[in-house]
Design a protein around this ligand. Structure first.
Ligand SMILES: CC(C)(COP(=O)(O)OP(=O)(O)OC[C@H]1O[C@@H](n2cnc3c(N)ncnc32)[C@H](O)[C@@H]1OP(=O)(O)O)[C@@H](O)C(=O)NCCC(=O)NCCS
Length: 184
């Protein structure tokens, strides 16, 4: 599994060739790096995104501390989602993240797209691409039941709804009804 730690251990292999996945529509997945964190934090604190996901944004300090741990955790496979030419000037822009991580002893996936880029099919294409890269199965995913966008994305990629539950409010999440999905 590619991680930042393994990348730094093999500097002779160009990351661009070895570890960047680009689909036909210009959606690119590459490993997360420290230099990405300030941009990802801006995505994390967007109020509308949090309302849709049923989450509470972390403080900047908590966010950076969590990602410092994530970057060296071999149980986390995290990718930045980039879009070729998103600004129309030929540049590559960071538009989100997607990751496989452990929760309750299971492999889960999650994703987050910058609100400026919602509705362009980016999460759908990123998930499809990520599932080609990520061999672990089963993969679990949860979405607030009122997060129709996320539920639609999961269903398009053959995740199956297996359970609906209500979760209490925590430091990180609002009280919400959760749909649990699995890809076997
Ligand atoms: C959920 C999220 C990832 C969607 O990203 P996106 O790139 O806009 O999604 P896509 O454009 O690939 O696909 C959205 C799908 O939902 C559909 N959709 C959009 N609004 C909808 C609505 N109100 N009801 C039902 N479906 C809707 C779109 O038509 C599209 O389906 P289609 O491809 O069949 O047309 C993004 O809004 C986000 O990051 N939200 C904040 C964080 C979050 O919710 N993460 C997921 C936590 S479970």
């Amino acid at each position: 599994m590619p991680t930042d730690a393994s990348d730094s251990a093999t500097p002779a292999v160009p990351r661009r060739r070895r570890d960047v996945r680009v689909d036909a529509t210009g959606v690119r997945l590459r490993p997360v790096e420290r230099r990405d964190l300030a941009t990802l934090f801006e995505f994390e604190i967007d109020a509308e995104s949090n309302a849709l996901a049923g989450t509470k944004p972390r403080t900047r300090e908590a966010f950076f501390a969590a990602w410092e741990r994530n970057l060296v955790n071999p149980e986390i496979h995290a990718r930045v989602i980039e879009l070729d030419g998103a600004r129309g000037d030929g540049a590559v822009e960071i538009v989100g993240t997607i990751a496989r991580f452990q929760a309750n002893g299971q492999d889960h996936i999650g994703y987050w797209i910058s609100r400026a880029h919602w509705g362009k099919g980016i999460a759908s294409r990123a998930l499809e691409s990520f599932l080609d890269l990520e061999p672990r199965r089963p993969l679990h995913a949860t979405a607030a039941t009122n997060n129709a966008r996320s539920r639609r994305i999961l269903e398009k990629c053959d995740f199956v709804l297996v359970h609906v539950r209500t979760d209490q409010e925590t430091e990180r999440f609002l009280e919400r009804e959760i749909a649990e999905f699995v890809l076997g």
